[in-house]
Design a protein around this ligand. Sequence first.
Ligand code: GZL
Length: 332
Amino acid sequence: MKKSFLSTIAFAGAAAFALTACSSDSGETAEGSEDPGSAGDELITVGFAQTGSESGWRSANTESMQTAFSEENGFELIFNAADNDPAAQISAVRNFINQGVDAIVLAPIVEDGWDDVLQEAADADIPVILEDRTVSASEDLYEAWVGLDFYKEGVMAGEWAAEQFGDTPTRMVVLEGTTGSAPANDRAAGFNEAIAGTAIETIDSQTGDFTRDGGKAVMEGYIANYGIDNIDLLYAHNDDMGLGAIEAIEAAGGVPGEDITIITIDAVKDGMQALVDGKINFIVECNPLLGDLAAQLVKDVLAGEEVEKTVYVEDQTFTQEQAAEVIDSRLY
Ligand code: GZL
């Protein structure tokens, strides 16, 4: 079950000289061994530490990962969802190490706190691939990261807001993602860079933890504190918090998308529907379909191949009109 990662690297290095003479289309490399996970080879055991099931985006990401890390693709997947609890997620990774998995894939809930357990994985010769979010630990402690450019997502959202409101005095409230997470940190930083110099004023900014319930509860507080008439713009770090805010605005007799302009990030199905319905005004996509890229990274790393340390997936943006054109053809 467990392959010694370093011996794989050493083998691949030695095989490199013989590879030209011995490679065949059966997926075999030099001296008859097979690429990990190729047909007829034993399964690659992968421990996948997912954040939890906090949003529609997360559900689509989990489905993409489970589909890619299937037995028919050469994997035995051990899945753990940490219910948005960073301590539980670190324990899950430690358990994978103790189980002696061949590789670990991690979507880290928060950026900090990973140095020790990632060092333990390295000491156990178990390669780690990050998907989705990033960590503050040294990049020597993981083989690669595949995901989205959260800072750029924030910039794209902020640029739209600056274009819409520019010099008009605008009172904005923010629903932040999970505190300490890379998307919350970077989407805030990118957005604030893009609106610098405009008349958009952040009157409040709190975390809704990327959940609908969280977004609804915080928006209810904003409405109670400021009144709908004193809020011009809502920037939510994901669709789900924006959808929760829409419930709060409507419950208070407001018209989302008109009384309050709403910008969100993700572009999951329910968010795009709200955009088509005029309840959200602009969405920046954050593609959750990372499974195939993550699975290929695992196979390449275990085969001793050089991999890019950072693999970005491109995003796009949607207005209400653009959403109406594409919503029926989207994959998530
Ligand atoms: C972004 C991802 C975020 C989504 C949220 O890549 O980590 O977490 O934007 C999800 O919907 O909960």
